[in-house]
Design a protein around this ligand. Structure first.
Ligand SMILES: C[S@@+](CC[C@H](N)C(=O)[O-])C[C@H]1O[C@@H](n2cnc3c(N)ncnc32)[C@H](O)[C@@H]1O
Length: 736
């Protein structure tokens, strides 16, 4: 395998699944696949297609991975894969001693790209980040459009992008109620970086307490309205105790080896939970777990593997300790849980899984990694810019502020938005209705169709330039190609845009570097360049403030209203009515569970349930909702499905409410089975905690959906794009 393919990050589209939720997680994800097939001659209609797009994710894993996972006894270093470890002094580093979260070469063998590491011990339930992560951006999926320009380019880009994005987002409007089509949630920052592991999975994500801020700029005066995302990124909480030096993994939900051979080619090669479980079964036969003495030969060890188990014998063999010394080390780690059998079993699996990864020390990570915590989001010091990136620690001149692995987009016109009710190809210009907000988060240049979209919190950094900011700020950082930590990026720069377009894995890396010493709390700025400035100046000239009704209620105000009481206008005060606000929708944490399937009260469809008396409605359709508490262990499960649309029906005047979870507007296709949902009867919850209710702007009236909002890629300085990417003159169609 070439160095370039190895350097591809193994970050994939994630379904955000806690390990114990695998069944539920995969079901909706798989249902969603139906709609993401590209029509082909084998697959005449979208509906009939069966190859899931997540298979592409899987192929990607196989692609960036391995001929075969190597035996445990072989030591693999990055240089075996064309990667030279960087040592301090060779290239600039981000070397903050306080930094606890780093990006460094991944620990899965062989090296599959970058991973995220902690250099702090993190206890179960503790937050990983000491400050909020970056924002999340709702991306209207550009490949879903038929009969629109650049269909091939859209699909090629989707194959790459889906590996970094989430099915659903902090406010689930992407999945529940977007009128135009499907949205994907992109979370540059922590959220698009963790690699997948079913056993070592330590990350659980949840919605931040205030997930949404639509008051970042003043809607009555700011031309920045709708030009950036109001949604903050997830909070990252540890599922277990994690030691300094561990790579932080997320489970994307692919944790069962498929029975259909070769359906997912990587499944036959990748370590699966069954492999670790079979290894654990064998280990437990021997002292001190069991009674037998550790076998003397490797052949004897191999013979212990049960061929009837759903495990891959070769992988089980690789996982198993080969010497009594290795076994002793395992025992010592598990011993700490001697009085809790379940915890000991879990620890055994974790230790076996760690045994087939590269072991990193915090010192190694600081030497070879780059800090991911330098930038934190806060309201920008510039009135129209939205969020900004602020330094959390002192950053020395020439230090890397944040690495920027980027994914490439061969033609950023794929982010043009068109009407969906007409054949756009007849007159694309006429039917264009705007541009995806995501364009504002990618770098581009006017001579080239290529855009580069960063995966890290670098997207928070605003522009400061001569013409637009009037001395209110000063650029203290710059963007350049990565300096040695991603050598294959250099090779990929020599490829043509077409070649890159065919490559559906990440290939290129930039970095953000301090041009001055930056103090903690300073906003970081770069210069987006004259074209961006010109576009902004023209936008400001043309921009007209939208009419804001006197009784306008922002989502932020609704969320923070009166010490967090629910505003009256967001309560229906009626068991039979839901709230229909012109601007806001209510989201309640809800995730279907046993009650949704087994509670026989919901078994009978009843479209006339409103004719029942209050008492009858409550007896038949209400339950105690007190357990749906945001953020407490045991109910972090909402993290996957996040908010369901709901209505607050009554205030119980004790900090809790009676809420009704709405029927899913998208039917059963994406949502797990729930009989009340199917039978069109209400699901009413009493004692529902305020902390689990949030307000969001309705997608169809969201600021970023308005016409005439600012859209322009971030400018890159001259000399960054190679000349052979300057293809615009030769492209027939170009509107930017
Ligand atoms: C890469 S994003 C930067 C982060 C963004 N401010 C946010 O809230 O997410 C680029 C967008 O930020 C806004 N922006 C950046 N610099 C600005 C400036 N100097 N003046 C006005 N808006 C700016 C523009 O909307 C631009 O399209």
């Amino acid at each position: 395998m070439s160095a370039s393919t190895n350097s591809v990050s193994s970050i994939r589209r994630r379904s955000g699944s806690p390990k114990d939720d695998i069944e539920d997680v995969e079901a909706p994800a798989l249902q969603r696949l139906e709609n993401t097939q590209r029509p082909s001659s084998f697959c005449p209609t979208m509906k009939n297609c069966s190859i899931p797009y997540l298979a592409a994710v899987v192929l990607f894993l196989a692609f960036c991975a391995w001929e075969y996972l190597p035996p445990k006894s072989i030591t693999i270093t990055e240089s075996d894969f064309g990667f030279n470890l960087r040592s301090r002094g060779e290239v600039p580093t981000s070397s903050q001693p306080q930094c606890g979260i780093w990006m460094a070469p991944g620990s899965l063998r062989p090296y599959p790209g970058f991973g995220i590491y902690t250099t702090r011990d993190v206890k179960e339930n503790e937050k990983f980040l000491h400050a909020p992560d970056a924002i999340s951006v709702q991306v209207l999926e550009p490949h879903r459009y038929n009969n629109m320009p650049l269909e091939d380019e859209r699909w090629r880009w989707w194959k790459l992008f889906q590996n970094y994005a989430w099915d659903n987002s902090v406010p689930d409007h992407s999945i529940y109620s977007h009128p135009l089509g499907d949205m994907t949630d992109f979370q540059p920052g922590f959220g698009s970086l963790p690699n997948h592991h079913c056993i070592l999975n330590s990350l659980s994500s949840r919605s931040p307490d205030i997930p949404y801020d639509d008051e970042v700029v003043d809607r009555r005066t700011s031309p920045g309205l709708g030009a950036f995302s109001y949604t903050l990124g997830r909070e990252w909480v540890s599922k277990r105790d994690v030691k300094a030096g561990e790579e932080l993994f997320l489970s994307y939900g692919f944790c069962e080896r498929t029975k259909e051979k070769n359906k997912w080619s990587w499944a036959d090669k990748m370590y699966m939970p069954e492999d670790f479980e079979e290894a654990a079964r064998i280990v437990k036969m021997f002292e001190p777990f069991g009674t037998q003495a550790w076998p003397k030969t490797n052949l004897t060890i191999a013979r212990l593997i049960d061929p009837a188990a759903n495990a891959d014998p070769k992988l089980v063999y690789e996982i198993l300790p080969k010497t009594t010394k290795e076994l002793d080390m395992l025992v010592r780690a598990v011993d700490a849980h001697a009085f809790d059998e379940d915890a000991a079993d879990e620890e055994l699996l974790i230790q076996l899984a760690l045994g087939v990864t590269e072991q990193r020390t915090p010192e190694w990570i600081r030497q070879n990694g780059m800090c991911l915590e330098n930038l934190v989001p806060k309201k920008s010091t510039l009135p129209d810019a939205g969020w900004g990136g602020f330094a959390q620690y002192t950053i020395q001149k020439d230090d890397i502020i944040v690495p920027m692995p980027v994914f490439h987009m061969e033609n950023y016109e794929i982010l043009n938005l068109y009407r969906r009710d007409v054949n756009v190809l007849r007159d694309p210009e006429k039917y264009q209705i705007g541009k995806n907000l995501f364009l504002n988060y990618c770098f581009g240049r006017s001579e080239s169709s290529m855009a580069l979209c960063p995966l890290t919190s670098a997207v928070l950094v605003n522009h400061c330039g001569e013409q637009v900011n009037d001395g209110k700020c000063e650029a203290n950082a710059k963007v350049r190609w990565s300096s040695g930590w991603d050598p294959s990026s250099h090779e990929w720069r020599n490829k043509t845009i077409e070649e890159l377009g065919q490559h559906n894995a990440r290939a290129l890396s930039l970095e953000l570097v301090a041009t001055k010493t930056i103090a903690p709390g300073d906003e970081v700025f770069i210069d987006y360049g004259p074209e961006w400035e010109q576009a902004w100046i023209e936008h400001v000239k043309k921009w007209k403030a939208p009419k804001v009704p006197d009784n306008f209620l922002s989502a932020k105000k609704a969320n923070l209203h009166n010490d967090s009481a629910i505003p009256d206008e967001m309560i229906s005060f009626n068991l039979r009515k839901t709230v229909d606000h012109p601007y806001l929708f209510t989201g309640c944490f809800y995730r279907t569970g046993k009650a949704d399937v087994n509670d026989t009260r919901y078994d009978t469809p009843n479209e006339n349930w409103r004719n029942l008396t209050n008492k009858e409605i409550i007896r038949m359709y209400a339950s105690d909702g007190s357990k749906h508490v945001h953020g407490r262990r045991g109910y972090q499960k909402h993290a996957m499905y996040s908010h369901w649309p709901c209505s607050v029906l009554f205030d119980q005047n004790d900090g809790t409410y009676i809420v009704r979870i709405h029927q899913s507007p998208i039917g059963g296709r994406y949502v797990p089975k729930a009989i009340w949902n199917q039978n069109k009867v209400p699901r009413i919850l009493f004692n529902y905690p305020r902390s689990s209710i949030h307000f969001f702007v309705k997608p169809d009236v969201a600021d970023h959906q308005m016409p005439n909002v600012f859209r322009h890629p971030i400018g890159l300085p001259d000399g960054i794009y190679p000349d052979h990417w300057n293809n615009k003159a030769s492209l027939k169609q170009w509107t930017i």
